[in-house]
Design a binder for this molecule. Sequence first.
Ligand SMILES: Nc1nc2c(c(=O)[nH]1)N[C@H]1C(S)=C(S)[C@@H](COP(=O)(O)O)O[C@H]1N2
Ligand SMILES: [Mo]
Length: 326
Amino acid sequence: MPITFKAGNKINSSEITPEEVFNRRREFLSAAGFTMGAAAIGISPWSDVGAAVPELGAISQWSGSTTEKQTPWTQATTYNNFYELGTDKGDPARNADRLVTDPWSVEIEGECGKPGTYTLEDILKPHANEERIYRLRCVEAWSMVIPWAGFPLGDLLKRFEPNSKAKYVQFQTIIDKERLPGQRYPVLQWPYVEGLRIDEAMHPLTLMAVGMYGKNLPNQSGAPLRLVVPWKYGFKSIKSIVRISFVEKQPDTSWNLSAPREYGFYSNVNPDVSHPRWSQAKERRLDGDTKGLAALFSKKRDTEMFNGYAEEVAGLYTGMDLKTNF
Ligand SMILES: Nc1nc2c(c(=O)[nH]1)N[C@H]1C(S)=C(S)[C@@H](COP(=O)(O)O)O[C@H]1N2
Ligand SMILES: [Mo]
């Protein structure tokens, strides 16, 4: 069945940024006379999509979880960035069923002792899920607080016995141009790729997430496996992972390929380093207090260095100039 995709999404990849998509959506909505009043009359962009997501099994609670107010499930699962499912914030929830997650396997390759194809079951079997309530800060200057469930990425990576040449790890999202509507347009180079330095990947805060809010990940949130790297901008938290490569050289990342002046390899949350076209000093917290479109205009809070995780991760960057290594 052919999918119709809005003409507005046919944008040259060098021109598009998350901020622009946001602004364009805002312009469209106000042109349509669809501003603040929309929430009041009950047209919320994050009413529940109603997709049934199974409960996860046993989950233990991690002691380092933040106690800040959580983003409601409906907001976290209907206001997403997952460009494979479309560039509008509501598209990933609307198109979630285009992503087929069963069967799922992950290719492990490169500088390690145990490369190969691992089924999702092989990947998950030895790991116990822990719930960790983390902040996730998008480069577009909004943030959410989400109870993720998963296990430290490092525990998984160690099983593949990375060798001394494994200086970096690259991750790749599923490619399925037939089904994933966003992959029909060159908004980004497909497949989506991301990378971490090996010590960042092995850091105990880096989570391989399989669930949120006590349930399996919904597709729009990156089922069945996604990273959550809480001290970096959200785009480092790659969704629906099908390949993990241990490499010697700093790997390509999708946003850096698309706009190298705007998105660096490190992408650590840093209030002192502006994005070239907007400040990173403040952010809007999506916490359900303000519903609907009004939330997009709600009061801003100060952004914290490393998204509030400086105590844990600042040591990874000792001696590095974070303005050049942005
Ligand atoms: N494969 C893939 N992963 C992705 C993205 C994407 O477009 N494709 N968007 C990123 C961005 S920009 C952000 S902010 C987070 C958003 O995660 P969330 O929708 O669960 O809040 O996912 C990241 N992971
Ligand atoms: Mo983002």
